[in-house]
Design a binder for this molecule. Structure first.
Ligand code: 5RP
Length: 227
């Protein structure tokens, strides 16, 4: 059921893709439906170039016959389509469940528009039930964890950052690690974002604020387009 909804959302976003576009291509199971649908259209004659947000997406896009470029060679994109772990009514997102948040944020920010694709289960009134991913450099992990804890405590959160992968830490495409932090409810995403970005060992976090322009959210009654 959820896979059908993800596919429906991805198909709806494909309606925004036109020949000649430079596309940012997201990561995750919903984005995979978009890549497969895009591949079918490319084989039918659609002419686009894609910049993938992860090695995983790059591999699938290649299999699908989608022409790829690096962001280095193609630094300005028309449209990025990507999934999300949570989205609220203002289209603020939590992303990074799949570990690709840094490239996803760089690619989405390099795009004129970002469109989110999701099943209705991702829609929330307040972000934070999904643990917030925070990408950090491997050097000084314990010190960075301590700084994250203190910064969040100053905002009223008693949260313990959990290193993704535990004793065999998950490694991102950028060779970083990820702490997942359960915040419960994020009433002020900007304050959380600013506090985390002040910590030197933090590379970025999964809050996408003011980046998404629209979302296709698929539920049992059809696909809603949110703006
Ligand atoms: C990867 C992401 C994904 O977009 C997010 O985790 C949603 O994934 P899925 O579509 O599999 O639920 O941010 O870093």
């Amino acid at each position: 059921m959820s896979e059908d909804l993800k596919r429906l959302a991805a198909e709806a976003a494909l309606g925004e893709v036109q020949s000649g576009m430079r596309l940012g291509i997201g990561t995750g199971s919903t984005a995979e439906h978009f890549v497969r649908g895009l591949g079918a259209r490319v084989r039918g004659g659609l002419d686009v170039v894609g910049v993938p947000t992860s090695e995983r997406t790059a591999a699938l896009a290649r299999e699908e016959g989608i022409r790829l470029e690096t962001l280095e060679n193609c630094p300005e994109l028309d449209l990025t389509v990507d999934g999300a772990d949570e989205l609220d009514a203002r289209l603020t997102l939590i992303k990074g469940g799949g570990g690709a948040l840094l490239r996803e944020k760089i690619v989405a920010t390099a795009s004129t528009r970002m469109v989110v694709i999701a099943d209705a289960g991702k829609r929330v009134s307040c972000l934070g039930a999904f643990a917030l991913p925070i990408e950090v450099v491997p050097f000084g992990l314990r010190a960075t964890r301590h700084s994250i804890e203190s910064a969040l405590a100053a905002l009223g959160y008693s949260a313990v950052p959990a290193l993704r992968g535990g004793t065999e830490p998950f490694v991102t495409d950028g060779q970083h690690h990820i702490f997942d932090v359960e915040l419960g409810q994020i009433h002020d995403p900007v304050a959380v974002s600013e506090a985390l970005l002040r910590i030197p060992g933090v590379v970025d976090h999964g809050l996408f604020i003011g980046i998404a322009d629209a979302a296709y959210v698929a539920g049992p009654d059809g696909v809603d387009r949110l703006t």
